[in-house]
Design a protein around this ligand. Structure first.
Ligand code: NI
Length: 205
């Protein structure tokens, strides 16, 4: 999930989780790997997984993301990373493998603007659960439970959707989806140019 433009004036520090990571090209809507449920992670604690997580954290940071799923860098595995502001100014940073949405709190809903790094240059209002609990595993295979409200709850739903092959635009009405993709057409080139510039300037940083 992308940060909204108004938040970008505040530059975040690079999280420790991104140390040694490299930028990986972000897949866009239409790429088959974004539109199918990915494979569950079955090998834990490997150097390969550790490297993948570092690259995902680094790529998310370059692209102004609050969340990034593995299939967004072309890897067919069900996991995502996040670096998302909380409601009291705290910063949620972490990863989860094989995520499952377990609860939607008391069922209350919230409508907010939402964007996706794989739909560059666009954002749209979308209604989602206000509170969620997501169950999954960490990179060593231990159980993890995340409970969230606000933007972080939205982020967890958006990223869990990615691992299942669903984009936020798939949850819009046909008319809203059309407007969103038109907006993407108009702003995609500028958004990708900015991302490429940041990737160059932050490489090795
Ligand atoms: Ni996304």
């Amino acid at each position: 999930m992308s940060r909204i433009a108004s938040d970008r004036s505040v530059e975040r520090s690079l999280p420790a989780e991104a140390a040694g990571g490299v930028y990986r090209e972000i897949t866009e809507i239409g790429a088959p790997v974004l539109h199918r449920r990915c494979a569950d992670v079955t090998e834990f604690g490997t150097e390969e997984l550790s490297r993948l997580l570092r690259d995902m954290f680094f790529t998310m940071h370059v692209a102004h993301g609050v969340g990034l799923a593995a299939n967004q860098i072309g890897v067919d595995l069900r996991l995502f990373v996040y670096d998302c502001p909380g409601e009291q100014g705290e910063r949620h940073i972490g990863h989860i493998l094989n995520p499952e949405l377990r609860s939607t709190g008391d069922g209350s809903l919230l409508t907010r603007r939402e964007g996706c790094l794989s739909v560059p240059g666009a954002a749209r209002e979308l209604t989602r659960s206000a509170d969620v609990t997501v169950w999954g595993q960490d990179w060593r295979g231990d159980s993890v439970t995340l409970s969230a409200t606000g933007l972080f709850a939205r982020c967890l739903q958006h990223e869990t959707d990615h691992t299942d092959g669903t984009l936020y635009v798939d949850r819009l009405t046909p008319e809203d989806r059309h407007h969103t993709l038109t907006q993407r057409d108009d702003h995609r080139a500028a958004a990708l140019a900015e991302r490429a510039q940041r990737a160059r300037s932050m490489a090795g940083g």
